[in-house]
Design a protein around this ligand. Structure first.
Ligand code: HEC
Length: 486
């Protein structure tokens, strides 16, 4: 009897072990997508041959991890995309074959050659204050209706750093997505205009990546600290930048062109993949940050990932308290700011009557500092989950002493479209919440009363982007860029 029990137990253990090994042995779980352990410029485009029987089942406490755990596959995929996009480019925008991401940290990167929103949807009609022919990264209002470069998505608030300067944002899309929008779709219609979107009148469906080398649609959003001339920006990946502040955003009422150094603090990357097929409708969402952006909130835990699936206990902390001890300096937190109400974490700067106004000289956000001294006080509401930390560590080791070791994966999000596991909440994403402290600072928690499983989601890439529609109210395949059509 006992023998039978033991052998059954052994068989179960072997089955479990083989499943776990299967997930870990996946060839693409490596520093380079080809399975090698050297940093490479190859963009991963899909997760072929990845056997995942089920995705994230929110209603089940998982007994057999091998069936469900696929998180680490997406974590590697995320890091491989980050390295390929931040690889130095040759003059054609192709990844350099003579230098590497760590040996050359000053040349333009591969993503800088991707299309900007105005390349595809048309530009700003306002008169140019900055030199459009310059090779500095130009941060400007992308269209008349939006100030997306200065304001966090879905909110009307900017983020202010510890030196009193606004954070600015840049958006890119790849050739595959641009082609689809500009007519390479099932009806051959140009979707960059409102009339085109009306005529198209169906849900958008961007191409998915095909291994080994056909990328799917991609969108990238980066967040930058603004360093005035002469300020110390060491430890950041930097670019020479120009910020065009139009009259309506300028304290003096005069439009400005500011010569600055931009320091990378956040990066979102999304790509649509083909495999595993049940995840292909929902893209892969990766988000990275500089490791000294903001400390963990006191008592923070990881948002649920798929190996801890249970439908209960998914609510975020109702606040994300300041850490009791914080000994270092952060880009978006200052331990001297202690006044109970105004230094509350993740509180947006007081809203002025009109736009937030820029000074002509630093600190550019002088009018909005807490106690005339501090920028936005940010804490990270969700701890970074274990496999993201593990994979980040491997890439950091591969990067030696490069400045790129200052960047970390905050998480990679994905969702299933299956009826298997029948999530009552579709799409149900893993991790359940995922945000970037420099891009969704104020959306990390439920303060604004939106609860993902009850309605629109503040704190989840997929749940929020799932609401994106074009002018004819058809879903625009998770892309909010459709709203730039004129
Ligand atoms: C609460 C809603 C919300 C959440 C959460 C959110 N986003 Fe967005 N995101 C937006 C909006 C709105 C825009 C458009 C901003 C603009 O163009 O001004 C946007 C823009 C983007 C863009 C630029 C391309 C586009 O579609 O507009 C990328 C890339 C992106 N988000 C990725 C992410 C990732 C990755 C996450 C999760 C880590 C995330 N987003 C979380 C609302 C959200």
């Amino acid at each position: 009897m006992n023998q039978i029990r033991i052998s059954v137990l052994l068989a179960v253990l072997c089955l479990l072990a083989s499943k776990i090994i299967q997930a870990q042995d996946y060839k693409q779980n490596a520093i380079c997508v080809d399975g090698s352990s050297t940093l490479c410029s190859t963009l991963p485009v899909d997760l072929p041959d990845l056997k995942v029987r089920l995705g994230y089942n929110p209603d089940t406490n998982v007994a057999e991890p091998g069936d469900y755990v696929a998180q680490i596959n997406f974590d590697y995929f995320a890091w491989q995309m980050f390295v390929a996009l931040n690889w130095p480019a040759d003059s054609q925008g192709q990844p350099s074959t003579t230098s590497t991401i760590t040996s050359d940290t000053t040349s333009p990167r591969v993503w800088e050659y991707y299309k900007s929103v105005s390349d595809v949807y048309g530009g700003n009609d306002a008169p140019a204050k900055c030199d459009r022919g310059s090779n500095r990264l130009l941060v400007t209002k992308t269209s008349k209706i939006s100030t997306n470069s200065f304001i966090e998505p879905f909110t009307s608030w900017p983020l202010i750093d510890s030196a009193g300067n606004f954070v600015v944002y840049d958006i890119r899309l790849n050739e595959v997505e641009a082609n689809y929008i500009l007519g390479g779709n099932s009806k051959g219609i140009d979707l960059s205009t409102k009339s085109g979107q009306e005529k198209f009148d169906q849900a958008w469906d961007f191409p998915t990546g095909q291994a080994p080398d056909k990328p799917g649609a991609m969108e990238i959003k980066t967040a930058w600290r603004v360093f005035p001339q002469g300020a110390d920006s060491s430890g950041f990946f930097t670019l020479p930048g120009m910020i065009e502040v139009d009259a309506s955003n300028s304290a003096s009422g005069e439009s400005l062109c500011l010569d600055v150094t931009l320091g990378l603090v956040g990066m979102h990357i999304m790509q649509k993949i083909s495999n595993p097929e049940k995840f292909s409708d929902y893209w892969v969402w990766a988000t990275f940050e500089h490791k000294f952006n903001a400390p963990y909130a006191e008592g923070t835990t990881p948002s649920q990932v798929n190996d801890q699936a249970t439908a209960s206990g998914i609510e975020p902390l109702s606040s994300c308290p300041r850490p009791k001890i914080s000994s270092r300096s952060w880009s978006f937190f200052n331990s001297d700011c202690t006044a109970p109400d105004i230094c509350k974490p993740n509180l947006p700067p007081a809203k002025p009557k009109g736009n937030y106004l820029w000074q002509a000289t630093a600190p550019f956000a002088k009018l909005y500092l807490i106690d005339n001294a501090y920028g936005t006080q940010v804490t990270r509401c969700w701890a970074i989950y274990e496999t993201a930390l593990t994979v980040t560590k491997q890439f950091q080791t591969a990067m030696g002493t490069s400045l790129w070791t200052n960047y970390q994966l905050v998480g990679a999000q994905w969702a299933q479209n299956g009826s298997e596991g029948a999530p009552s909440i579709v799409p149900f994403s893993a991790p359940y919440y995922l945000t970037n402290t420099t891009l969704e600072t104020y959306l990390q928690i439920n303060e604004i009363g939106l609860k993902p499983h009850l309605g629109p989601a503040p704190g989840s890439c997929i749940a929020c982007h799932n609401m994106a529609t074009d002018t004819a109210k058809n879903p625009s395949d998770f892309s909010f860029l459709s709203g730039y059509a004129k």
